[in-house]
Ligand binder design. Structure first.
Ligand code: GDP
Length: 458
């Protein structure tokens, strides 16, 4: 990477707005600022300004012609986002004028920043860990309150801190074992296998607790894979349309109209549901319907949330029983008793005795959305996790999984009577995976991969 270069990019979005901000970072940032900017009142040039101060003035081209006016802010190394000398030049938020000013900054010696290069420099200059940098990206991507809070926690270094805690304990243990193994003649107390196993089991528990946050993070980022199932005509498509707010599924009173799976993403409060409305699960009468039913059944198996719909206006029958069978033993099932505006002919007790989460609605009534939303929030929103460390992406997951495997393997090796040398090698590898997670020991390729997802200007 070209750390010697001074980079520049537009940090605000490339759209017309009130103001735009161009960020310049690197050893020549102040020289460049002196060349392009003349403060109106202050007698001093940008390169003479204190860090965290700003000045109003004019931006001009190489011939001294005015390009625009605006405010320039100075950040001195190391007290800046990147840890380098930085300048943020704000100008009027027109695309043409912003790009003209950017061209002028390039002309004065800056080079275009690559996607995420400012944050990458912050990471390389020790301003943040790799997980914190990933948190920055998540804050930008966050499209809901829970996601935003998770991203903030990541950016604040809560995952980093927790991983560091595990890593420190592992390093301490490695040191103790190594000292005892390497200097047997010294008077170092023996670390008994039982003590090592006890400490490692504790570390393993903590790693597994961190691992378990991954699922929650995935739900927050990607939404909940949700399937709506129920026998024909219970109102699945109507519920789907209620949630999506549009007539995507074909709603008719003839059984078996939803032949295939209709998929749609909907935001429900803080959660995104990736909804599938399936063909009614029942004995299919024709080939096409059979395929639809098979697909519905496999979708049911792979989904994280099942909305099992029952019809309040019809008696419980064999087709309802099939839904019972499908949902038996499954986590996260919400039984929806629909058509509560009609006379009750359904044995409701049968449903309430089978499911933990039962709601009564009329899909024809728009207010039913909040009833569904509340029960989903109760099941999925976990405020204790949202504000805490979570495994936020596949890269982090891979590292923590490998670390978990190593620690578990080390425990087994000890129980099998392997040498402490052998155990130390396994634990050392585990420690490496933790450092890879935080970015303290990681390859350039991994770092490049992380930052390749960032936008230009961040
Ligand atoms: P699906 O086969 O399970 O997808 O059922 P549909 O959504 O196609 O609905 C079947 C029929 O029930 C349609 O005529 C809907 O208008 C009707 N329906 C759906 N929900 C309700 C409800 O809450 N109350 C009443 N009265 N009718 C409903």
């Amino acid at each position: 990477m070209r750390l010697d270069d001074t980079i520049a990019a537009i940090s605000t979005s490339r759209a017309v707005g009130g103001i735009s901000v161009i960020r310049i970072s690197g050893s020549r940032a102040f020289d460049i600022a002196d060349m392009i900017f003349t403060p109106v009142s202050a007698k001093i040039l940008p390169s003479e300004m204190d860090g965290y101060t700003c000045a109003y003035g004019y931006y001009s081209d190489g011939e001294g012609n005015k390009i625009d006016d605006g405010v320039l802010t100075v950040f001195r190394c190391p007290k800046s986002y990147t840890g380098e000398d930085c300048v943020e030049a704000s100008c009027h938020g027109g695309i043409y004028v912003t790009e003209k000013l950017l061209r002028r900054i390039y002309e004065a010696g800056a080079v275009p920043a690559e996607g995420g290069e400012f944050t990458k420099r912050a990471f390389l200059n020790g301003k943040m860990s790799l997980t914190q940098a990933e948190g920055v990206m998540d804050i930008i991507s966050a499209d809901g309150e829970a996601y935003h809070r998770c991203a903030e926690a990541l950016r604040d270094g809560r995952l980093y801190g927790r991983i560091r805690g595990v890593s420190d304990r592992l390093v301490h243990l490695l040191g103790e074992i190594a000292a005892w193994v390497d200097y047997p003649e010294e008077d170092i107390p023996e670390v008994g296998d039982d003590n090592i196993i006890a400490e490692l089991s504790d570390i393993l528990d903590e790693i597994r607790r961190i691992q378990s946050t991954y699922d929650y993070g995935k739900i927050i980022r990607e939404g909940i894979d949700t399937v709506i199932c129920g026998k024909p005509n219970v109102g699945k498509s109507t519920i789907m349309n209620l949630l999506t707010g549009c007539e995507r599924s074909i709603v008719t009173s003839a059984a078996g109209t939803t032949r295939d799976i209709v998929e749609e993403s909907v935001r429900l409060g803080d959660m995104v549901l990736r909804l599938s409305d399936t063909a009614g699960i029942r004995e299919a009468s024709d080939e096409v319907e059979k395929i639809g039913v098979q697909r519905a059944e496999s979708k049911l198996d792979s989904s994280r949330l099942i909305l099992a719909v029952f019809d309040n206006s019809r008696p419980f029958d064999d087709d309802d029983m099939k839904i019972f069978d499908k949902c038996r033993g499954r986590k996260n099932v919400i039984a929806i008793i629909n058509k509560c505006d009609e006379e009750n002919r359904l044995d409701v007790k049968k449903i309430t005795s089978q499911f933990d989460n039962v709601i009564n609605i009329s899909a024809k009534d728009g207010n039913s959305i909040s009833v569904i939303q509340n029960v989903i929030n109760d099941i999925f929103i976990d405020n204790s996790i949202t504000d805490n460390a979570i495994i936020a992406n596949e890269r982090q997951k891979l590292c923590i999984d490998k670390a978990e495997k190593c620690v578990a393997e080390a425990i087994s090796a000890l129980k099998f009577g392997d040498t402490l040398d052998a155990v130390n090698i396994i634990l050392d590898e585990g420690e490496n995976h933790l450092l890879e997670l935080t970015g303290e020991r990681t390859s350039e390729a991994v770092v490049n991969e992380v930052f390749s997802h960032f936008c230009v200007g961040k």
